[in-house]
Design a protein around this ligand. Structure first.
Ligand SMILES: Nc1nc2c(ncn2[C@@H]2O[C@H](COP(=O)(O)OP(=O)(O)OP(=O)(O)O)[C@@H](O)[C@H]2O)c(=O)[nH]1
Ligand SMILES: Nc1nc2c(ncn2[C@@H]2O[C@H](COP(=O)(O)OP(=O)(O)OP(=O)(O)O)[C@@H](O)[C@H]2O)c(=O)[nH]1
Length: 519
């Protein structure tokens, strides 16, 4: 049985021998703090052992024993070093990427310029793990869409720890290659030069001629057949740092994904333009010019960090007051949310908060995404309006008091720079995992101070708790009886106070456990 919140069944659910310790014991105070203590861990183990007496499904047993899936993986992923693959169009960058990751994932086509966007993959070689970034073909004197692709490649170089520069050995070094070399030198990043399309030994002479680029030894490789790629990778590992020097740039396979949401006319396009500024990104009017033409990669000026703004095409392509516009707006919100990790909901402060605003906020919470509220058009604010706005917020948006708030003007740029720290904060909460021992020690203290009310002569106890998941954080409480909604809200409030979780919805589910019958 794994249904949330079940009424206690059968006898004995109220005679639980496992009791919380700590909090009320002056000799062994259990204080909330960032790290679990030895006491916390002992407590965790005692509680876990106490659960032995209860019927647990296999899935729940797993949760109790191991915590949520992937506990402890995150740190490793975020600190992985980054290798960017750059070069002119059609030299075989995507083929090389596929060769390295051992899968056919990067799009390979015999049409120059197929790889438009930067895409990041998890890769490893000789036991070392790194993030591999495929970039679009780099043309230095580019115009139009090619210029943007080139800008993206430059960003990729800046965000990389090591650059693999691919040259087509069958063509030799072109003027463009020479210019790319100058840009690479300026970046001061270690560069491994790959002479690609050396499918057999006869071609090796062509590869050797690439010494002239002044990047050291050219590594002859056939991305197509695999020839030489191992030696080139060894050369990459020789210069690869253990951890990323551009922490966070490509966590979890790419820039973090943001959705800008809000009802029509709140200022989504204006904000997008403000954020993008000069750094207009690889989305062109030409259809199909990116792998995913509806998103935009935007490097924000303050941090230099790249974010993926999802479904910006939906923002730019307006669906105005036509019949059914409401339905389409809500559908767009839904699709954007599916792709996003965090949402910025814009609210127009020059008008009263409307039903539609609340609906968008609710959609974000229901989708389990991190949330930041941007009160836009703050340049139109006056004292009277502000008075009423604050009342409206208290009335209509109490349920998301946990969301960071920024008061901005997309028109003037006021406080737009505060958006990014708010996004970071919300995502950090969304990703947060509370160690099981810390969680149990803390809940023990809370419950000791404010036990669940007695109902029909019974007092449900919380036996054990674990964080089953992150993104968003989900907690599972194992209890000896039905835990009332009011008490759950109380626990949520205390969890938020203790562990932050600013900017993320959290979910608490309760498993009511029946005790094994004694023979
Ligand atoms: N003979 C030979 N052909 C190769 C090799 N590597 C790639 N190719 C071919 O070169 C063409 C371009 O390969 P891609 O991997 O798409 O090149 P790219 O650099 O990612 O191209 P853009 O996306 O345009 O920047 C394809 O037709 C590949 O099959 C190789 O080692 N030998
Ligand atoms: N005064 C003021 N006007 C703004 C601000 N932001 C946007 N506007 C104006 O509000 C109107 C709507 O802005 P848009 O950016 O088009 O809004 P949107 O949310 O993208 O609109 P839809 O495409 O209809 O969903 C435009 O006339 C903007 O100039 C702001 O911060 N202050």
């Amino acid at each position: 049985m794994s249904t949330d919140e079940q009424q206690p069944v059968g006898p004995g659910t109220d005679e639980v021998e496992v009791v919380w310790t700590g909090g009320d014991d002056p000799d062994h105070p259990v204080r909330p703090g960032p790290d679990p203590t030895e006491d916390d861990e002992q407590l965790e183990n005692a509680l876990r052992a106490g659960l032995e007496e209860f019927e647990l499904s296999d899935e729940d047993r797993d949760l109790v024993e191991r915590g949520g899936p992937g506990e402890g993986d995150e740190e490793d992923e975020e600190s992985r070093p980054v290798v960017a693959v750059v070069g002119r169009p059609n030299v075989g960058k995507s083929s090389l990427v596929n060769r390295i990751i051992g899968r056919r994932e990067a799009v390979v086509e015999d049409v120059p310029g197929v790889t438009r966007d930067r895409v990041a993959y998890d890769a490893d070689w000789a036991g070392r793990r790194f993030t591999l970034v495929d970039t679009g073909g780099w043309e230095v004197d580019a115009t139009g869409i090619h210029l943007r692709v080139a800008e993206q490649a430059e960003v990729a170089v800046q965000l990389a720890d090591v650059v693999i520069f691919v040259v087509d050995a069958t063509v030799g070094a072109t003027d463009t290659d020479e210019q790319v070399v100058r840009l690479l030198r300026r970046s001061r990043k270690p560069v491994v030069l790959v002479a690609n399309k050396v499918d057999d030994q006869r071609m090796e002479g062509e590869a050797a001629s690439l010494w002239s680029l002044g990047l050291g030894q050219p590594w002859p490789v056939s991305a197509l057949h695999g020839r030489g790629s191992g030696d080139a990778l060894d050369a990459v590992l020789d210069v690869l740092p253990d951890t990323s020097s551009v922490f966070g740039a490509y966590q979890r396979g790419g820039p973090r994904r943001v959705a800008l949401l809000g009802r029509p006319n709140v200022g989504k396009s204006s904000l997008l333009n403000k954020l993008a500024g000069e750094e207009r990104v690889v989305v062109d009017e030409v259809a199909g010019t990116t792998r995913d033409p509806v998103d935009e990669l935007i490097q924000l000026a303050d941090s230099g960090k790249v974010w993926r703004f999802v479904d910006t095409a939906g923002i730019r392509r307006r669906v105005h007051q036509t019949r059914g516009a409401d339905f389409y707006a809500s559908l767009r919100t839904q699709t954007a949310l599916e792709k996003a990790e965090v949402a910025v909901v814009l609210i127009d402060v020059s008008e009263p908060i409307a039903e539609q605003d609340i609906r968008v906020v609710q959609q974000v919470v229901d989708a389990g995404r991190a949330l930041v509220i941007a009160y836009n058009k703050w340049d139109l604010m006056d004292e009277e309006r502000q008075y009423y706005l604050e009342r409206e917020i208290e009335r209509e948006l109490v349920q998301i008091q946990w969301a960071p708030r920024v008061n901005i003007s997309a028109a003037t740029g006021r406080h737009v720079a505060r958006l990014e720290p708010a996004l970071e904060l919300a995502l950090a909460s969304w990703d947060r995992r509370v160690p099981t021992s810390r969680l149990n020690a803390f809940l023990g203290e809370v419950v000791a101070g404010h036990p669940h009310p007695v109902r029909s002569g019974k007092q449900p106890r919380i036996l054990f708790a674990t964080q089953a998941d992150t993104r968003p954080p989900r907690f599972v409480l194992f209890a000896s009886g039905f835990i009332e909604a009011g008490y759950r809200r109380f626990l949520e409030r205390r969890l938020r106070e203790e562990f932050g979780f600013e900017g993320t919805p959290i979910e608490i589910s309760v498993r009511v456990r029946e005790r094994r019958s004694r023979r």
